[in-house]
Ligand binder design. Structure first.
Ligand code: ZN
Length: 380
């Protein structure tokens, strides 16, 4: 090969190839037939009605499909991702309840290294599925918080870390957890000693951080003591009554539902009832030990099982639970609006656009997904 003159400069920064998508945009505003031009990292460079963005440009690729904001996993426990077997057919308390459930013994018996690798792998698969943030309940005190942050490096997923003190009555431990976490993620009130919920509330408020907890998952719990804590997020509510759900609506607390996880114990979250009340829902994949952290599977299961139960939910409700509502819950609503120059990062699903919410909720899968590369966090 002939020698070619090379410029004595550092490696040139090439602009990432852009994507032009003709189809439908789904975001916080609704679903619209549109054309969008995206940068290589999923930012919206241009958006307009069909036919307004002109022809394909050099280096650009044109596809047809549905454009969405990146998703947020509304409830995960990635720390237990290292279990590799079928969920044991045991009662709920024996599997996941603290402190002696299988899950907690597994956490205690595994090395830091094993846990970090399993969490890292789970986050990598989340990113490939278009998830940018996971609202994760992280057990094991401050060490647990640090493990998750370390494991997230280089994955492109930003963990929203809700830590849990090993001693829920130890104020200094709670403060240490809150100093590095985004808030506290507690088990159910009934698992906590007297005084612990109030202490958690005080300290989370003092730190200006989140307090989130599980409620009425396996057995009914009174909702008033839960709402008195002014939580930022509740999880499950499978056993909640209609009156409880009215109170949740009045308190304006978002609810993360985890239908696949609940199905293991013959339960189902009250998705249709929450939908009827316009309670903002998030969708979570819950324990990493049992469910893949895949919100497409979660949406499909939620849709089909709600129909099977005769309590059909709108596909739009499920799509917004994965791609729109959590951004508002996180205080970052602009990331659910695909506006030119905005902070949102887009995904593209190569699916038919005639009934886009149904396509995304019931037929969306990894193989349809184009996830623009690019970093979710400066650590990548
Ligand atoms: Zn949970």
């Amino acid at each position: 090969m002939g020698a070619r003159p090379t410029k004595p400069t550092s490696r040139p920064v090439r602009p990432p190839p852009a994507l032009r998508v003709i189809g439908v945009v789904i975001d916080a505003q609704g679903a619209f037939p549109q054309e969008v031009r995206l940068s290589g990292d999923g930012r919206v460079l241009e958006r307009g009605s069909r036919g307004t963005l002109g022809p394909e440009r050099t280096g650009e690729r044109t596809v047809r499909g549905i454009v969405l904001p990146a998703s947020v996993n509304g409830h995960s426990h990635l720390g237990d991702s290292l279990w590799g077997k079928e969920p044991p057919r045991l009662p709920f308390q024996e599997v996941v309840a603290p402190p002696l459930g299988l899950k907690h013994r597994l956490l205690a018996e595994s090395s830091e290294e094993e846990k970090r690798e399993a969490v890292h792998a789970a986050l990598v698969s989340m990113r490939a599925l278009g998830t940018l943030v996971s609202i994760d309940f992280r057990e094991e005190g401050l060490e647990g918080v640090r493990l998750l942050r370390q494991a997230a490096r280089g994955t492109g997923v930003e963990p929203w870390v809700l830590g849990r003190p090993t001693d829920p009555l130890d104020r200094s431990e709670i403060r240490a957890v809150l100093s590095e976490a985004d808030g506290l993620g507690l088990s159910a009130l009934r698992d906590l000693p007297l005084g612990a919920p109030e202490l958690a509330r005080q300290e989370a408020r003092r730190a200006g951080k989140w307090l989130a907890l599980h409620a009425s998952e396996s057995v009914w719990e009174p909702i008033d003591p839960v709402l008195d804590l002014h939580p930022n997020l509740l999880v499950h509510l499978c056993q909640a009554t209609s009156e409880d759900l009215d109170a949740v609506r009045e308190a304006k607390v978002p609810v993360a539902v985890c239908p696949r996880s609940n199905a293991l114990y013959q339960r189902f979250p009250p998705i249709a009832e929450l939908e009827r009340r316009h309670v903002p829902m998030l969708l979570g994949t819950d324990n990493g030990m049992f469910q893949a952290p895949d919100l497409f599977r979660e949406m499909e299961f939620a849709y089909l099982s709600s129909r099977a139960r005769g309590e059909t939910v709108e596909p739009r409700t499920l799509v917004e639970a994965a791609f729109v509502n959590p951004w508002t819950a996180l205080g970052r609503p602009m990331e659910a609006r695909l506006e030119t120059g905005g902070p949102a990062r887009a995904l593209v699903l190569r699916l038919p656009t005639e009934d886009p919410y149904y396509q995304v909720a019931a037929r969306g899968a990894h193989r349809h997904l184009l996830v623009p590369r690019g970093s979710a966090s400066p650590s990548e």
